[in-house]
Design a protein around this ligand. Structure first.
Ligand SMILES: [Zn+2]
Length: 267
């Protein structure tokens, strides 16, 4: 087993950064991430967290093609290499990201999208009196596995609608914890391969979109201590026929890199 930090630390880290009680089954927080926010906010808690969740952008893709993620890396300054969980597929990994629990505990152990029944970050945030929101694509894992909570969900067929709604919500500034999903790299990588022109264009577009959202956040959330994250679920590898896949216990599928930035309040 590797010595890398597990994806299961993210949930408790985000709760700690916000000053929210940690969900019941969550693994301990990642100290370097919580220390990063503590230092940025001089010991204060964050009152906004914005998680941008692109699907399937592997560490090896991020390392090999920095030119296509430059807009995102310029807008983040904390890099956190992580190992996702097995099987390395979307509902399993996003299940772990927002419960802090291993698949055996949160209950999604394959490519299925049931509503998670255990305590989640969304439940913990609601209990603390704060408002979470999910903006995701129709039929995606993030549009399904965290349903049935007393919170708002904005589910759309297209990424353009997701982006437009997200921009509107950032400017309205009525929620405390945002989860925004983007499936394009994953969908295109499966069809054309992880290093295809089409997939790398999707990688570039994800970085651009994240940067655009970061500009809006910096402009409209000056009164908040905010953390933004560029946080994928798992990686990917090339398979025969020029296609892409994931789900295996191999470095290409397991190793990912989250990027974060803290914006201390400035008014
Ligand atoms: Zn995925």
């Amino acid at each position: 087993m590797s010595e890398r930090t597990s994806l299961d630390t993210i949930c408790a880290s985000l709760c700690t950064i916000m000053g929210v009680d940690i969900p019941k089954c969550a693994a301990a927080p990642c100290q370097v991430l919580t220390d990063y926010a503590d230092n940025a906010f001089a010991g204060e808690r964050a009152d906004r967290i914005f998680m941008y969740n692109p699907d399937a952008i592997a560490e090896w893709i991020y390392r090999k093609y920095p030119q296509f993620t430059a807009a995102m890396t310029a807008r983040t300054d904390f890099e956190l290499p992580l190992d996702c969980v097995m099987p390395s597929v979307t509902p399993v990994c996003f299940g772990t990201m927002y419960t802090g629990a291993q698949p055996d505990i949160h209950g999604i152990k394959g490519y299925k999208k049931p509503v998670i029944q255990i305590d989640t970050i969304f439940d913990a945030i609601i209990r603390s009196g704060k408002k979470p929101v999910i903006i995701a694509q129709t039929e995606s894992s993030l549009a399904k596995i965290y349903l049935e909570r007393d919170m708002d969900y904005f589910i759309y067929d297209t990424v353009e609608e997701i982006h437009a709604k997200t921009a509107e919500l950032i400017m309205a500034d009525e929620y405390d914890f945002y989860v925004v999903y983007n499936d394009t790299y994953d969908t295109i990588m499966h069809r054309y391969g992880p290093e295809s022109t089409e997939a790398l264009a999707a990688l570039y577009a994800n970085a651009q979109t994240f940067a655009e959202m970061s500009v809006l956040i910096e402009k409209h959330w000056k009164q908040h201590n905010t953390v933004v994250g560029f946080a994928m679920d798992h990686g990917c590898h090339e398979i025969d026929g020029g296609c892409g896949s994931h789900g295996l216990d191999m470095d290409e599928d397991i190793q990912i890199v989250h990027r974060y930035k803290a914006y201390p309040k400035s008014m």
